[in-house]
Design a protein around this ligand. Structure first.
Ligand SMILES: Cc1ncc(COP(=O)(O)O)c(C=O)c1O
Length: 390
């Protein structure tokens, strides 16, 4: 998913042997990567080096104070009582379902359009992912369609706050545990309440391309329930309490102390970076205004969108635009080219068709929105998208 492109290094000519044909491309006036983390690092390098050196000097790499300090502040930020650092966003989802005792024969309702992990973790536990189509207004699970997919076997519902805008959580009361996949939505709000504070468990990813990104893989779970928090803490270390006494079969789902220390530094800038993303989304809204060939992402009423991705949609011509942008050095990506039910590994479910999800897969395109982008760069992106449509 992380596809930073090298700024400025695009080849002007490409030879196709054996035809010996040379095609000349006109590069963008200014190549724009989909994501460039280097300016962010440059701005906080000294602080990062200081805390990583502290970890090296202490030689304390597993759990401990750095992890606890980060967890305390992260829980408060998410308006949750507890946060537990884990090894990745995928493991956050997995451990959440494990503590809810999801197992073979159970069903978990998931959106038909998300990153693979959302459904993958359900299948890994031997349970069945039950897909629900999305709404094209926000690319999130169509809450009105959930009820008819609930059966006696439904163990949990896993809404995904895709691209950084939350599911309308007031529509999610089905008397079943909710696991929020908030991997892309740290800091997102619905009715003034943060992602990860609504469900039984909230799951976050700190994959480097997320709004709060680690220097590698990391994640967290949040909960307001004390007994679930205790269970999550135990499941993170093989279901153990006290040492070498195992009440459950958990796993090694620990976050590294090094990652927690780095995240704690970056965390202090999260709101500033999020506001940068929101500002950039507004600038795109202005720059694209009046062009009915392009459907822009909308921040719905009662929401705070954190724009982990700025995803536009083309009724026609998405692939043409994407090819043009890639050719000239402007980063873009399709999140995601296939729906979850279309994935080969889920063919055994015979899941049927999910028209809105299929529309999103064939028409959407993520373009650069990271906080350090300049207005000029965004102007270039918009100009080249229009050129690609010609
Ligand atoms: C919606 C969603 N769920 C789950 C994950 C999994 O997170 P990770 O890559 O940290 O395992 C991601 C991350 O890409 C995601 O975007």
């Amino acid at each position: 998913m992380l596809t930073p492109q090298s700024g400025g290094s695009i080849s002007l000519t490409r030879s196709f042997a054996p035809l010996r044909m040379t095609i000349r491309y006109t590069p963008a006036a200014m190549p724009v990567p989909l994501l460039d983390l280097k300016p962010q690092y440059a701005a906080i390098r000294d602080e990062i080096l200081r805390v990583t050196e502290e970890v090296y000097a202490s030689q304390h790499f597993i759990l401990g104070k750095k992890v606890e300090d980060f967890e305390r502040d992260f829980a408060a930020y998410c308006q949750a009582k507890h946060a537990i650092g884990v090894s990745s966003g995928t493991d956050a989802l997995l451990i959440a379902l494990m503590v809810l005792d999801v197992k073979s024969g159970d069903e978990v309702i998931v959106p038909a359009y998300s990153f693979f992990a959302t459904a993958g973790v359900v299948a890994r536990l031997g349970a069945t992912p039950v897909f629900v189509d999305i709404d094209l207004a926000d690319y999130n699970i169509a809450t009105a369609q959930i009820k008819k997919r609930i059966t006696k076997r439904t163990k949990a519902i896993m809404p995904v706050h895709l691209y950084g805008q939350m599911v309308a959580m007031d529509q999610m009361d089905f008397g079943l545990p909710i696991v929020e996949d908030a991997a892309q939505a740290v800091g997102a709000e619905f009715d003034g309440r943060r992602a990860g504070s609504f469900g039984a468990i909230g799951c976050f990813s700190f994959f480097p391309s997320k709004n709060l990104g680690a220097f590698g893989d990391a994640g967290a779970v949040t909960t307001n329930d004390d007994s679930l928090a205790e269970k999550l803490i135990d499941f993170r270390v093989h279901g153990m309490r006290p040492k070498y006494f195992h009440h459950y079969v958990g796993g090694n789902f620990r976050i590294d102390a090094l990652q927690a220390a780095i995240l704690h530094v970056k965390f202090r800038y999260l709101e500033k970076w999020t506001e940068g993303r929101r500002r950039n989304a507004k600038i795109y809204d202005e720059l694209f205004a009046g062009d009915d060939r392009i459907i822009l992402p909308r921040e719905l009423p009662r929401h705070r969108h954190v724009f982990n991705q700025y995803v536009i949609r083309f009724k026609d011509g998405r692939d043409r635009v994407m090819a043009h942008l890639k050719k000239i050095g402007i980063g873009c990506e399709v999140y995601y080219p296939l729906t979850l039910p279309q994935q080969e590994c889920f063919a055994y479910l015979k899941p049927g068709r999910f028209p809105n999800s299929e529309t999103a897969a064939s028409q959407s395109l993520a373009i650069p929105v990271y906080p350090e982008l300049t207005r000029e760069q965004m102007g270039e992106v918009v100009r080249e998208i229009r050129r690609g449509l010609e």
